[in-house]
Design a binder for this molecule. Structure first.
Ligand code: HEM
Length: 401
């Protein structure tokens, strides 16, 4: 139980701290990784370089601090992060480490204003927030093992099959090395893959959405080769998967996780909108619908640059042929001269969307940030209620609000 004084003190310092997010970015992680290099095995060091994840964690602590007198108000957010933490095997013993360096950073940001009282209040607040996460995560660890075919920690899977889906996306079919049952999952969920590259001091963890329907005896992930840019280094991990890991290679993975998934109780029409490699969770949902022989109308809208990078063309075309309730629309932003089978050139905007999908539907979408913003604002402008809109960002969570 936190005292009234602690609560007031913490809440009053949140705005100052939130404003100085950059300082947290630069100091907190740098120190933490210097003293605890073993944590480099867990954190995505590419996201670290881009500065997105550092802000995400600190911002989440501040958001929680604002609700420190009633943490239950932020349970949906805690739940989503906890899914990710469980998937990454974040454990209770990690929390004091993160807390220590976060407090040092807070002290630094507040400077002279950081009295003993304030620091004491923050220490208590962090303790309460960490406790809330640890409790939610503990249940998730138990559930992951208790499931039929479930497991705790990492389990070795071998690459049974590698299939090129487009110029940039390749699917990996993963089967458990022990030959035993694997747990089912909800279409839309992801797994964490542990990649041990030769000549790399640390392991690399990456999360990939499952792209096939559950219940098939394997997990399929479909990975895009990430090319670098001015703000981002090359995707060493995705290149390694594409170029070095062949059929037969072994990958340790954790059990499926994630709170972005298909609501199968609902029977309204289903609209699945994806941009680029954001199609992977949508492919799982579409696959599921088709294999369930569902009577739900499904609209699969996919945007890609052009035909060369358009993955799963044949698989989706087969579904449309097989199932009268499935429709697919293809949007190419920059079609090649030879490209033929597409429904629209340019971007997905509201007038076009209105002409191809129903309003009275449940919408799921996933893709790059700019695409997500456009789709989200179109749906809002159309007046689609929030309860019918579901989306997932790749990488650290951002906000569309
Ligand atoms: C991801 C919050 C503690 C490791 C995240 C994200 C948030 C967050 C908001 C991004 C979620 C997303 O991408 O959707 C917090 C809060 C914590 C906490 C509020 C404390 C109360 C920890 C601890 C560890 C940890 C103790 C382990 C040492 C990670 C990792 C990621 C992550 C590895 C994924 C991002 C990456 O790979 O760099 N956390 N976290 N977190 N968290 Fe935490």
């Amino acid at each position: 139980e936190l005292s009234e004084k602690t609560i007031t003190t913490v809440k009053s310092t949140v705005p100052v701290l939130a404003e100085h997010g950059e300082a947290i970015t630069t100091h907190f992680y740098k120190r933490m990784f210097a003293d605890h290099p073993e944590l480099k095995n867990i954190f995505n060091m590419t996201n670290q370089k881009a500065g997105r994840q550092p802000r995400a964690l600190a911002n989440a602590v501040y958001a929680a601090a604002q609700h420190i007198d009633d943490l239950s108000a932020i349970l949906p957010t805690v739940n989503q992060i906890a899914e990710k933490h469980r998937s990454l095997q974040v454990k209770p013993e990690h929390y004091p480490i993160v807390g220590k360096y976060l407090l040092i950073a807070i002290k630094e940001v507040l400077g002279d204003a950081a009295t003993d009282d304030i620091m004491q209040a923050w220490e208590e607040a962090y303790g309460a927030i960490a406790h809330a996460f640890i409790q939610v995560e503990e249940k998730k660890y138990e559930q992951a093992v208790a499931q039929d075919g479930g497991w705790s920690g990492y389990r070795n899977f071998k690459i049974a099959k590698k299939v090129k889906e487009s110029a940039v996306i390749t699917s990996f079919y993963l089967e458990p090395e022990d030959g035993k049952k694997i747990t089912s999952y909800h279409p839309g969920q992801y797994i964490t893959v542990q990649i041990n590259m030769p000549h790399s001091e640390y392991t690399h963890l990456r999360q990939y959405s499952l792209s096939d329907a559950p219940g098939k005896g394997y997990y399929r992930i479909s990975v895009k080769r990430e090319e670098g840019g001015p703000e981002r280094p090359d995707g060493v991990v995705s290149s390694y998967l594409h170029d070095q890991l062949e059929e037969g290679a072994v990958l340790p993975i954790t059990a499926p996780a994630g709170d972005f998934y298909l609501n199968e109780e609902n029977h309204e029409p289903l609209v699945l909108i994806s941009g680029g490699v954001g199609l992977t969770p949508m492919m799982s949902m579409l696959n599921r619908m088709v294999h369930q022989n569902h009577d739900r109308d499904v609209y699969f809208v996919h945007a890609a640059h052009n035909q060369e990078v358009h993955a799963f063309k044949e698989e989706v075309a087969d579904f449309v042929k097989e199932s009268p309730s499935v429709q697919a629309k293809v949007v190419y932003s920059t079609p090649g001269a030879e490209d033929s089978a597409y429904d629209r050139e340019g971007r997905i905007d509201l007038p076009w969307l209105k002409s191809v999908v129903p309003y009275d539907a449940e919408f799921y979408f996933c893709g790059p940030e700019g695409f997500m913003r456009e789709v989200h604002s179109s749906l809002k402008e159309w007046g689609v209620p929030d309860e019918q809109i579901h989306y997932e960002f790749f990488g650290p969570e951002l906000s569309l609000q």
